[in-house]
Design a protein around this ligand. Structure first.
Ligand code: DI6
Ligand code: FE
Length: 401
């Protein structure tokens, strides 16, 4: 049994940080045993006689951070494309030359499973260095059974070889593969008849996602994917209203989606639908920043309807080549005007909900001992300053890493 004392606890219970000033947290590999005020045993606090006690030095303990939306496993680089764009090439020019998502699909298909794992390992390590203890990883750069499976196997392999929990998502409906260029419906047939059932049978996907957009799939096509996922008892989520409003969020809400993600063009009807289905709004400020978007997600409406708000990196080679969840806190505050409380909730309690996980994201007896111990006492510091190594310790399932 281990314990940390002389710390503030941001339990994330209630509406804000759920702060406890003179905090004590007691835990082991099976979970948090106590998280609360540091009372002596005589006053009714836990018995610390058999416990390895760590002095938290007046710092802060939060739940381990959760990055609930990433595309972490791919091969190839799009740095050349980024440079071309800065020299004036348009996204359409680049796509016409085989660039964009198609370039990443070609490189990912050409790479072996081992190569994808090796390329993804440092990306994962960068996130873990900042306190990420759970990460979602999507496929979506394979676009065939063989190569979507390879991406998901890479995600599972990363989970096996790192002290971190990985949740996988099948995103076969991300883009049209080259062999289906003029036949989107035939590709949807392939997804619902082959890719999804086989991946589900192998237990490789924890959820199913799609890209519902003018440059992606229509709501009719998306609904076919959702219906197939539902028949296999897999929860759904959606890349929705990123570049335009397609009412994808309303469709997703009808399928009790765990989350709708991006949401810059979300309208009130979509917000209301998400509120009614308890769907989390996952905001991705890194993609907003990297694409130099102007349209802000509807924060006032999300707050009014009390839709939980999560924040994630969207780590991907095209629109968010960013491997820092703490940077998303600062961007959430600066670009989206989220409060520091909302930012921290967005990578803890709300992110857990976005992944359908009820055993983490808060400091509470019975939850997993996924913990971050920070140098700062004020949790707003985590959104305020960026680039200082403030993480003094991190535990995944009670093991210090
Ligand atoms: N939205 C995005 O921003 C990424 N995927 C998606 O559905 C883009 C992925 C890429 O450009 O590689
Ligand atoms: Fe994404």
């Amino acid at each position: 049994m281990q314990a940390i004392h002389n710390v503030r606890l941001a339990t994330m219970q209630g509406d804000g940080y759920g702060l406890i000033e003179q905090g004590l947290i007691v835990f082991n590999a099976s979970g948090i045993q106590y998280a609360g005020e540091h009372l002596s045993h005589a006053e009714g606090g836990p018995d610390l006689s058999q416990v390895e006690l760590l002095d938290g030095g007046g710092g802060l303990v939060t739940p381990g951070l959760i990055d609930c939306h990433t595309h972490l496993v791919w091969a190839g680089s799009r740095a050349n494309e980024f440079a071309q764009r800065l020299h004036g090439a348009s996204y359409a020019d680049i796509a016409a030359q085989g660039g964009g998502i198609a370039a990443t699909v070609a490189a990912t298909r050409a790479a072996s499973l081992e190569q994808i794992i090796a390329l993804s390992q440092p990306r994962l390590e960068a996130l873990m260095r900042e306190g990420v203890t759970t990460i979602e990883i999507k496929s979506g750069y394979g676009l065939s059974y063989e190569h979507e499976r390879k991406q998901l196997l890479a995600a599972r392999a990363l989970a096996d070889s790192n002290p971190v929990s990985v949740v996988t998502t099948l995103l076969a409906a991300h883009a049209l593969p080259p062999e289906y260029q003029q036949q989107p419906d035939a590709y949807i047939d392939l997804i619902v008849e082959q890719i999804l059932p086989q991946i589900a049978a192998e237990g490789l996907a924890d959820a199913v996602d799609a890209f519902c957009e003018k440059v992606g799939f229509t709501t009719v096509q998306t609904e076919r994917v959702f219906a197939a996922a539902k028949a296999l008892n897999l929860p759904v989520k959606l890349h929705a209203e990123q570049l335009s409003n397609q009412a994808g969020s309303q469709l997703a809400a009808r399928y009790q989606a765990l989350s709708c993600d991006h949401l810059e063009y979300l309208d009130e009807a979509g917000v209301a639908a998400m509120a009614a289905s308890n769907t989390v709004a996952v905001l991705l400020p890194g993609a907003y920043y990297f694409l130099r978007e102007q349209q802000l997600p509807p924060l006032a409406l999300l707050r009014e309807y009390q839709v939980p708000i999560a924040l994630a990196t969207d780590a991907n080679p095209g629109t968010s080549p960013i491997f820092s969840l703490l940077l998303m806190l600062q961007m959430g505050a600066t670009l989206f005007r989220l409060t520091p409380e909302e930012c921290l909730r967005g990578v803890t309690v709300a992110a857990a909900q976005a992944l359908g996980l009820h055993d983490r994201g808060q400091l509470k007896a019975g939850m997993r001992a996924d913990l971050c111990w920070w140098d700062c006492a004020d949790p707003a510091t985590l959104s305020y300053q960026f680039g200082l190594q403030q993480l003094r310790g991190c535990w995944h399932q009670g093991q210090r890493r």
